[in-house]
Write a protein that binds this ligand. Sequence first.
Ligand code: SF4
Length: 87
Amino acid sequence: MPIILISLIMPGKIKVIIDRNGCISCTTCWNLCPDFFEQNQKDAASQVVEKYRIENNPGEGEAPEKLEKMVRRAADLCPVQVIRISL
Ligand code: SF4
């Protein structure tokens, strides 16, 4: 019986961590990518929108491939460099 190997190719996702304590609420990330970042109404710092959070942590999320470019751009432009990205 032939062995059939099935390869499941998952779309790429990137992990994003916001050091929310260091955020200065400059507005860049949520203006650039409002599908992924938003302003927390209580502390005014940036957070991941609920849909993309990991374990409901506002400081951690997983960005889908379609948002990767804009999320990376927001991280690059963050003036205090508190947005960290890993695979
Ligand atoms: S770009 Fe950086 S400093 Fe500006 S709101 Fe986003 S996380 Fe905060």
